[in-house]
Every structure is written in structure tokens, then in C-alpha cells.
Design a protein. Sequence first.
Lengths: 169, 194
Amino acid sequence: MQFFGGSEISPSPPLPTASGNNGHMMYVFNRNGICLLYREWNRPLHTLNAQQDHKLMFGLLFSLKSLTAKMDPTSVDKGNLGVPQLPGQGCSFHSFRTNTYKLSFMESPSGIKIILVTHPRTGDLRESLKYIYNLYVEYVVKNPLYTPGTPIKCELFDSTLDQYVRGLG
Amino acid sequence: MIGVGKIKQYSNVLDKPLSKGKQEVSLSAFSFLFSELVQYNQTQVDNITELERRLEDAGYSVGARVLELLCHREKGNRRETRLLGILSFVHSTVWKVLFGKVADSLEKGTEHEDEYMISEKELLVNRFISIPKDMGTFNCGAFVAGIVRGVLDSAGFPAVVSAHFVPVEGQQRPRTTILIKFAEEVLRREARLG
């Protein structure tokens, strides 16, 4: 049964050449689906225009979240999907992996969703996503010149984020 | 043993001893409060200069009161009469009480006799703030400039104080300089005092 063989059969992508260039793309959405931030460091394939890409990503995550919550075999009651939950509370998915990339996801109680796409051999990124959320709180939320609900244009946030993601992996 | 541990009740608030107060306040709490101050003023004005002026006025009130309090607490009610005296008071004592550290540097301006500059690598109030490109030279440090102006004015050294970003090569974030330009009468008085 070679069909279900080991992981060496599927082609693995080239390992990141420079250490510290692990992050490919990053999205930040707010509760209403507005894309607050989109950064890409390494993305050769562009199939959709930016708007469609963001909508697709948001829709995908929304459906995945509700699917995973509904299919939970361990919880007794249905759980309320609209209620804000701390990351880790209730049932929420945190990553999926294909043979070419890994997508990690975190949602804060206020509805801010952070998505990070990296190399598939990356470990658990939940702590990193929490740190990125912390950066968001410090440099974006505390900035009086930023209107909540609009795309993020704070250079402090951009530069620290860039530095941090390049240092990941 | 009656009365041990009981706080003495004062009938008149003026009889209470002036407390040292809490030495530290949460940085997050202050950042949110300051952010709201800036946002509130933003809704009331149309342009940047007006916004800076409002922040300065807010700082002026703080400065006037800070001078009274610090003169009583730290300096034993001594009054500064010399220019360098009041400048080093602002640079060390006021900065230490407000921001927890002394200011980075105090310099005399080279072009004009009446200009002095207090520099700081990063003002505490500006720590979480990034100015968008369309706001040009707006600096939330105008609040701190107002505090300095309040202190100097109440001490009898009228001056025009402003906050500027000074780009530093090799560093991404520009340094902030508080520029103090004293009024004519201050310089004349200083010259008379010798």
C-alpha cells in the first residue's frame, strides 16, 4: 500500500535558505472581516486580487472555526459560537498544515484574528501569535492617531513585527 | 493599646500632611489616558497647529502645579532665580518625578543666546505612537513642551517652548528635542544679575 506511504513521497518544499526567513504571509482581520493588515515576505503565486484574497481567507477561517466547534466529540453542550472566548477556551482550531506550508491562527476575545503562514516544519506558533497580539495592543491600540477598524499604518508596529517574524524559526 | 494602627482622622483637609503619593503608575493606564486626550482634542480642531496648541495648554496646567508641588517636596521651598538653576531643575528633578529618569541632555543653542534644548531619545508619551505621514511634523511631545512652559512661566522665566523631532542617523526613530526660547526680559535680568 504505497499510496499511504511515508511523508517522503510527497514533494517537500526547499528549506528556507536564510535562517530567519520563515514567515511567508500574515493577515490580521477584525471582528467584521475588515483586513487590518496584510504582509507578505515570500509569496510567488498570486491567483486572486487582494480584495478577493482577503474575503476568501476570512470566509475560510470563519467556516473552519464553526466546523471544528460543531464536530467536537468531547464537549457536552453546543457552546455559543458568537461569544468571545480566550484563546484555548472552548473549541477552536489553531493551525492546519499542508505539504508546502503551515497556517497558524489565533483569535482574541475582541475578535482580532491573526493568521501566519510559514514553512511546514514550524513548531507550535501559539505563543508567537500571542506575542504578535501583544505588539498589536501596544503599538496600534495605544496609538491615538489610529482609528480602530481601519487598515493599520503604524510604522512602529510594522518595523517591530518585521523584526520579530524574521527572527522566527 | 487603643488607637494603635488607627489612622488619625483630620477634620480639615488642609491639616492633613502632604503625602508622598504613589511613586509609580501603570504605563498602560497612562498610555490609554493620554491617547484619549489626544483623540478628544482631535475631534475639536481642524488642523495640526491647533491640536498641538491644545496639547500644550493641557501640559501648561500640569507644569504650573508640578512646580508648586516639587518646590515644597524636594527643594524645601527654595526659589530658583538663576537661569541655569531653573533649567537644571527642569532637566533633573521634574523629569525624574514625571518620567522616572533624568532627561538625556541639556544643551545651549549655538545660534541664539536665548535658546536651550532638552533632548530625549524617546519621550515616554511618544513611546507607543507612530505619526502617520499625512500629519507631517505633528508631535505629541507638545504635551511635554507645555509642561516645561508651565514650570518656567510659574517660576518667573517666561519662554516659548516647542517639541521637535530630530532625525538621528543610524537609528530608525528620531530623537525628540524640547526647544526653549526665553523672553527678552529673562536675558536682561540674567545679565544684570551677573
